[in-house]
Structure formats: structure tokens, C-alpha cells
Write a protein that binds this ligand. Structure first.
Ligand SMILES: Cc1ncc(COP(=O)(O)O)c(C=O)c1O
Length: 406
């Protein structure tokens, strides 16, 4: 067996199952889950109908490169959304079967694990806390993840200036997540300027995970994207790719449809890798994806639902926890320090007493540089409908008030 598999950690939800094992939630309360970050709004009829109308596509193998109309639809979306002068549908975009597998596959394409010194394998830089795929992708590509902690005092930005030169010298790939899971933080133009300068100096590839880019709260200011930042700073897309997805934008996590866009020379090699990898997006879903990328009405409706939930629930929870509206995405990243409980004790007792599930922040981060930056936080995914979110928030408030009683 591949010995690298032994380096993989259990997924956060497995850790949660282990934490809750043997706990019997109080009877009579309907379970409410803020634990799993899976979109729950209904799939828009526009996409469902497009899937049904495209079923004829089942009779053919899909091309890995994707259909020309889909690549064109994606290129047009990227160009419009990020105010770019041009995006080449033939060389600068590639449809993928959801951004998760592409985040993983990208490391297999980019990393050169032939090291002159086996004690010093290549490095993949990851934010901390982070989406666990980055770590597994790094390890299975023969690289070593290096975690850069996010700083709550600076809107959860990572302090890249603290990374030693010896680490940069070995870095081949850097993942960023903007809007971030779990913090919702969006990288600023200054953040991007710093990252581009570091990439120019040390030669690593930047993979920008932007799958939450369409869930935001102010219609007038959508989150800045990596390609947009590059263009604004007068650059091309060299050593930069972004990944996006319909899962959250269009409530189709089951369709597994996303794309990678950016540096044509990376995408050329990525396509070669994928031809063998065999993860082409089904022709049926390629056709339905065109309909989804070409429509913004359902995306605005989706945002309005999240806005209603966030503006109702955030002030309720802010009474008892340190929490505020994030820049974007569908999570509240709440500091539970005020309650005197650790994040795991908070989650376990809330589940036992109120049948509400939240995810302990320490499960989403690693101990690095002497601390686990997820500790003391819980991730609250506001994915259920508004009534359920409000009821869950009401129970959390009651739970915290009870804890505060002498
Ligand atoms: C940060 C982040 N990136 C990527 C993904 C993968 O999304 P998908 O594969 O559905 O595009 C997720 C899913 O939850 C995520 O949270």
C-alpha cells in the first residue's frame, strides 16, 4: 500500500462523530445541524430542467477538456465577474468535476517531488485553519504541508512575512481560500500584491480556492478574485490559477461542477494529467452547467436568502459569543471564549443539552507554531432554512445564558 496514506488525518466530521459518541441529546428537541457546510437551498428549476433536457448526453463519453460551449460560458462568466479584458476559452479555463477533486489533482500536477535531499521535501503552503483537501493533496503528492496561521486581530489574514526564507525556498504550491472556509475572510488587493511578489521571487504556483465567491452580503461589493487582483495590479496570470464551483453558487453540490482558470501553461499540463486521471465532467452536467453559469438571477435570489439568515442570526449570537458578519461565505466563525468552555466542550454540551450541532474550530486547523488557531472557535454553517437557523440560534443563546448562571 501507498505509505503516504498513513499520513492522512480523519476528516473533521469523523472527529465530530467521535466527539459525540455516547452522547444522547436531550429528548423532545428536533436536531438542528450547523455542522456540515453543505448547501441546503433547493436547486433552481432552471438547472434541474437543464439536466433533464440534457439526458441524451448519457450516451457519450465526455471530453476531459469539456465542451466548447461550456468553456465559452465559463470564460465569459470569469471575464464579466472579474472585469477582465479577455479570457481565452481554449487555453485559460478548464471544467472540472467540482473544485474539490481539482484542488487535489492540481497538487499532483504541480509538485515535483524529486528532491535532492529526502529530508527536505517540497513544501505546500496552507492557511490554518483550512479546507482539509489541501493537506491531503500535499501529502499524497510527496510534499510537506506548512501551515501559516490566520490572525483574528487582522480579519484572519495569514502572516506570510513570518515564513522563513528556507521554507519559501522549498515552496512549490500555495493554497489560499478567499472567501475563506471557515472564517469568511476575503483577501485584499494588498494581500494579493504581497503574494504575487513572493511567487515572483520564489517561483511557486498560487491556487486560489474561490468556491464561496458568490455568497456575499453587499450586492455592490462582490469579493475580489485572484485573477481580478492580478489584472488590477497590471499582471498576467503567470503562476496563478483560481478554482470555482457551482455547488454553492447554484445549490448543486451533487452535480460536481466547477472549473479552474488562469495560467495557460499550468492548465495545459493539468489537462494532460486529467486525461489519465479520468475525472471528466459528465456531458449531461456540462450542458446544465452552461445554463447555470449564464444566469445570475438565481444567484442573487440565493444571496438574498443567506443575507436574511445572517442579518437575523448574527445579532442574536453576538449577545453571547464573539461573532460578527463575515466578509462572505455561509459560515459564522464564533469565538466561544466568553463561555469559559473549549470549542470541543462547547460543541459536545450544546449537542447534549440542545441537540444543536456546530463544528469545533480545532478540528479545522492544525497545531502549528505552538498553537492551534481554530481552538476556542466554532464554525456555524447557516445552510438550513431561516426558521431552523433562528431556532438553532435561539437555543445557542439559551445554552450560553445557562452557562453564565452561577
Ligand atoms: C473551501 C472549500 N473548497 C472547495 C470545496 C469543494 O467544493 P466542490 O467540490 O463542491 O466544488 C469546499 C466544499 O465544501 C470548500 O469548503
Amino acid at each position: 500500500m501507498n505509505p503516504l496514506l498513513q499520513k492522512l488525518q480523519p476528516y473533521p466530521f469523523e472527529k465530530l462523530r467521535a466527539l459525540f459518541q455516547g452522547i444522547e441529546p436531550r429528548a423532545g428537541l428536533k436536531p438542528i445541524s450547523f455542522g456540515i457546510g453543505e448547501p441546503k437551498h433547493p436547486t433552481p428549476p432552471l438547472v434541474r430542467d437543464a439536466v433533464v433536457n440534457a439526458l441524451g448526453g448519457l450516451s457519450s463519453y465526455p471530453a476531459t477538456i469539456g465542451s466548447e460551449p461550456l468553456r465559452q460560458a465559463i470564460a465569459t462568466w470569469v471575464k464579466t465577474r472579474y472585469h477582465l479584458p479577455a479570457v481565452d476559452a481554449a487555453t485559460e479555463v478548464l471544467p472540472v468535476s467540482g473544485s474539490r477533486e481539482a484542488l487535489f489533482a492540481l497538487a499532483q500536477t504541480v509538485i515535483d517531488s524529486r528532491s535532492t535531499d529526502p529530508a527536505e521535501p517540497p513544501i505546500v503552503l496552507c492557511p490554518n485553519p483550512f479546507y482539509q483537501i489541501y493537506e491531503g493533496a500535499a501529502l499524497l503528492a510527496g510534499a510537506e504541508p506548512y501551515f501559516v496561521n490566520s490572525d483574528p486581530a487582522r480579519n484572519f489574514a495569514c502572516d506570510y512575512s513570518a515564513v522563513p526564507d528556507a521554507i519559501w525556498a522549498r515552496t512549490q504550491l500555495l493554497y489560499v481560500c478567499s472567501p475563506g472556509n471557515p472564517t469568511g475572510a476575503v483577501l485584499t488587493l494588498d494581500d494579493w500584491r504581497e503574494l504575487f511578489a513572493l511567487s515572483d521571487k520564489h517561483g511557486f504556483v498560487i491556487a486560489s480556492d474561490e468556491c464561496y465567491s458568490e455568497i456575499y452580503f453587499d450586492e455592490a461589493s462582490p469579493p475580489l478574485g485572484g485573477l481580478e487582483a492580478a489584472h488590477t495590479l497590471g499582471r498576467g496570470f503567470e503562476r496563478l490559477v483560481m478554482l470555482s464551483s457551482l455547488s454553492k453558487r447554484s445549490n448543486v453540490p451533487g452535480m460536481r461542477s466547477g472549473f479552474v482558470a488562469g495560467d495557460a501553461s499550468i492548465l495545459k499540463k493539468f489537462l494532460l494529467y486529467r486525461t489519465y486521471h479520468g475525472a471528466a465532467l459528465s456531458t449531461v452536467f456540462q450542458t446544465a452547467s452552461i445554463a447555470a453559469w449564464q444566469d445570475e438571477t438565481h444567484v442573487r435570489d440565493n444571496r438574498a436568502k443567506y443575507l436574511q439568515k445572517f442579518t437575523t442570526v448574527t445579532p442574536m449570537l453576538a449577545e453571547v459569543l464573539d461573532v460578527r458578519l463575515p466578509d462572505a461565505a455561509f459560515y459564522l466563525w464564533a469565538n466561544v471564549g466568553r463561555t469559559g468552555l473549549t470549542d470541543t466542550a462547547f460543541a459536545a454540551r450544546l449537542y447534549a443539552d440542545y441537540n444543536v450541532t456546530v463544528l469545533p474550530g480545532s478540528f479545522l486547523a492544525r497545531t502549528a507554531h505552538g498553537t492551534n488557531p481554530g481552538e476556542g472557535f466554532v464554525r456555524i454553517a447557516l445552510v438550513a432554512d431561516v426558521d431552523e437557523c433562528v431556532e438553532g440560534a435561539r437555543r445557542i443563546v439559551e445554552f450560553c445564558r445557562q452557562l453564565a448562571q452561577p
